[in-house]
Design a protein around this ligand. Sequence first.
Ligand code: FES
Length: 75
Amino acid sequence: MPAMIVCVCNRVSDRDIRRHASEGCESYDTLQMATGVATCCGRCDSCAREVFESAQVPASVHVHRAVVQAVALPA
Ligand code: FES
């Protein structure tokens, strides 16, 4: 599926937002600092928030991934 540009001003796609969310970006403010999304004209704000909120991974999943990686590493 092709990426959709969410923020034209800062050229941020839905794929960029989902990637940040999957990598543990904890808040919309942090996403804005990392990508610049919705920091110019602001027209993309509601769409960007919607994509971010739908893509957020619960914190427990990050803990699970860390444990799995720790167990999988050779001693
Ligand atoms: S379109 Fe995102 S700040 Fe203008």
